[in-house]
Design a protein around this ligand. Structure first.
Ligand code: FAD
Length: 404
């Protein structure tokens, strides 16, 4: 039976209020921690400095996927975990996450030869052997020519077709927040955490700027789920010796429908990176870039070089279509909150980290959108273990409870 959504009374952020957990950041991670914690019976305060979902979480490639390309970096555990979460989303959030067919064509100029794609497909399917998704198949060049006349046909060697998920990234955030609220969480937009309140060097609350006023909110646990802003937020607690995240910039462009009935996974001719051409809301989503980033976290835009890079890569593969700058209907850009490492942009791990500072501030960062539910589960388990009456709180049910 479908759960009816109870009427939720709006609440105000009250000075000196006290919660079990305060979550900073209203992206998918903050939203899903709020939902999980509220479902387990914790009192929750979620604070977002802009609008919910205004950060990276609404500007993703909208793929609930294991990440075929991470197999190249031998990140088998990460891919398996993300595929498991993809399948959980397909079951528990089926309104927002649906299967999407992909075509991976291989050309004589492709960096990754056909045997490598066959091996990759086999490993990907092994890592998701309990999935209800249709299995992959290898395709001859003639089948690809028939199935996808939009693709260039010269130099084609063959390819593969497989399934992953497509998600409504913004709506998923809002659905998590709505369910958190329905279970008692207090959630606030336009509330910036400007400082931490400490007692004996332990974080016991946050100072919030709202409508040019300062409010003081107390919590037994405080979670930093501010994605690309993680270093900045952590820096308000203490000076960081090593950054938590090293964000990279990712840009998408939106063009008219190219008549595709499946997504294309391709290699950029410029640097052999993987990129996607995806049918999306009767249009086509093309992305993404992955470049080092320095500058203001609050002003991320697609520049000319990003747009040219994606248009050149797309035109390399399209038959009888030449996309120009005038064809770009929209662009969006965001930062990947990747774990800090010295490695180059696209080689940094997509795994997540859950760490606690000496002052007991909890940081959740890195990871893929697809894994948000599991990341929230780990975070709330960690929080509950710190609370004095931990046996009173329920177990995590988000892997079986559908998102209303
Ligand atoms: C281009 C691109 C494509 C991607 N594609 C995919 C994909 O297809 N599939 C996938 O699984 N993953 C994808 N990802 C990764 C995924 O989008 C991110 O890992 C995820 O969205 C991060 O979520 P978050 O909640 O940590 O961060 P965010 O969504 O950025 O949320 C952090 C929030 O914290 C708020 N905040 C910051 N400072 C404060 C403060 N002081 N007080 C209050 N609030 C504050 C910000 O305003 C922001 O809303 C992609 C990422 C990018 C950039």
């Amino acid at each position: 039976m479908e759960e009816s959504s109870p009427k939720i009374k709006p609440v105000d952020l009250v000075n000196n209020a006290n919660y079990d957990v305060i979550i900073i950041g209203g992206g998918i991670n903050g939203a899903s921690i709020a939902r999980d914690a509220a479902l387990r019976g914790l009192s929750v305060c979620l604070l977002e400095k802009n609008d919910f979902g205004s950060g990276s979480s609404s500007k993703s490639s909208k793929l609930a996927h294991g990440g075929l390309r991470y197999l190249e970096h031998l990140e088998f555990r990460l891919v398996q975990e993300t595929l498991r979460e993809r399948d959980t989303l397909l079951k528990c959030a089926s309104k927002y996450v649906t299967p999407l067919k992909f075509l991976y064509p291989v050309y004589s100029f492709s960096k990754r030869p056909l045997w490598k794609i066959r091996l990759g497909m086999w490993v990907y399917s092994l890592l998701t052997f309990q999935s209800d998704m249709p299995s992959y198949s290898m395709l001859s060049k003639n089948t690809i020519k028939k199935e996808c006349p939009t693709l260039r046909q010269d130099c084609l060697k063959g390819g593969a077709t497989y399934y992953d998920g497509q998600m409504q990234d913004f709506n998923l955030i809002i659905a998590n927040i709505s369910d958190a609220k329905a279970h008692g969480a207090h959630t606030f937009e336009n509330c910036t955490v400007s400082n931490f309140i400490k007692d004996h060097d332990k974080v016991v609350g946050v100072e919030v700027q709202k409508d040019e006023k300062s409010l003081y909110i107390y919590g037994q646990c405080v979670v930093n789920a501010t994605g690309a802003w993680s270093n900045e937020t952590a820096g308000k607690d203490k000076k960081l010796k090593t950054p938590l995240v090293a964000p990279t910039k990712g840009v998408h462009i939106v063009v008219r429908s190219l008549g595709l009935d499946q997504a294309l996974i391709l290699e950029t001719p410029q640097d052999n990176r993987i990129f996607f051409i995806i049918p999306w809301e009767n249009k086509t989503l093309i992305g993404t870039t992955d470049t080092a980033f320095e500058g203001s976290l609050d002003n991320i835009v697609a520049d000319d070089a990003d747009i040219t890079y994606l248009l050149t890569a797309s035109n390399h593969y399209l038959k009888d279509i030449v996309l120009k700058k005038e064809d770009v209907i929209d662009t969006f850009a965001a930062l990947r909150p990747l774990q800090y490492s010295e490695k180059g942009a696209s080689k940094r791990s997509r795994d997540f980290s859950l760490v606690e500072s000496d002052s007991e501030l909890i940081h959740l960062f890195g990871g893929k959108y697809t894994s948000y539910r599991y990341m929230a589960e780990c975070t709330v388990d960690h929080i509950i273990n710190k609370l004095p009456f931990r046996k009173e709180f329920r177990k995590c049910i988000t892997a079986i409870k559908p998102l209303p």
